[in-house]
Design a protein around this ligand. Structure first.
Ligand code: HEC
Length: 170
């Protein structure tokens, strides 16, 4: 009885304040409907970043305007395939071979959230961050690191790879 009352109370709380939990939804369709605009090998961490843009992001860059509210960008993180001495194996063009995806990072632009980074609120500027495993389960832990690092790009709307998306669409 007490348990169901607690669940009910939780449900009411959730219903009353759905807007600002800072949690993002799993972007189930990002591979099918998003544009894979760049792949970045990261030799220090021995990972590969596959970057995907949703239609909203693509439209914004085509128009040359800012990313609008609701824009989502997705970064699929892959472990690099290593040889027996721990060096990344590469294809004919020198690109890292993947050992498979290990995480999916998402950032989403919300509305009217002010310009200062707010570590506890999982966002920088108007962007919120979240991390999932490749199956869509939310990763444990906080996103303070995401916020801090992306804040370095505050002069370009907190996004690192817009120039790559622009090049891809040229
Ligand atoms: C140490 C700095 C750093 C941290 C920490 C970091 N990122 Fe990034 N992120 C980058 C860089 C740099 C890129 C551009 C791709 C590249 O160069 O590999 C990027 C790209 C992205 C992109 C594609 C859009 C863009 O900005 O280019 C998303 C989405 C993203 N990161 C989400 C996250 C999330 C979610 C977290 C935390 C779970 C996170 N990032 C943590 C540096 C960081």
């Amino acid at each position: 009885m007490r348990l169901s009352a607690a669940i009910l109370a939780g449900a009411i709380l959730t219903a009353a304040a759905p807007a600002d939990t800072g949690r993002l939804a799993w972007p189930a369709d990002y591979r099918a409907s998003g544009l894979h605009y760049a792949t970045v090998d990261q030799p220090l961490r021995k990972v590969i970043h596959r970057l995907y843009a949703t239609a909203t992001a693509v439209d914004a860059v085509r128009r040359g305007g800012p990313f609008p509210t609701g824009t989502r960008l997705i970064m699929e993180v892959h472990a690099a395939r290593l040889d027996d001495r721990g060096r990344p194996l590469t294809d004919a063009d020198g690109g890292f071979l993947t050992a498979g995806p290990v995480a999916v990072y998402v950032m989403r632009k919300g509305a009217g959230r002010g310009g200062t980074p707010a570590l506890r609120q999982r966002r920088s500027g108007e962007w919120s961050y979240d991390a999932f495993d490749p199956g869509g389960r939310r990763a444990a832990g906080d996103v303070d690191g995401c916020v801090e690092c992306h804040d370095l790009r505050r002069y370009d709307d907190f996004v690192f790879s817009r120039p790559r998306l622009e090049r891809r669409l040229r």
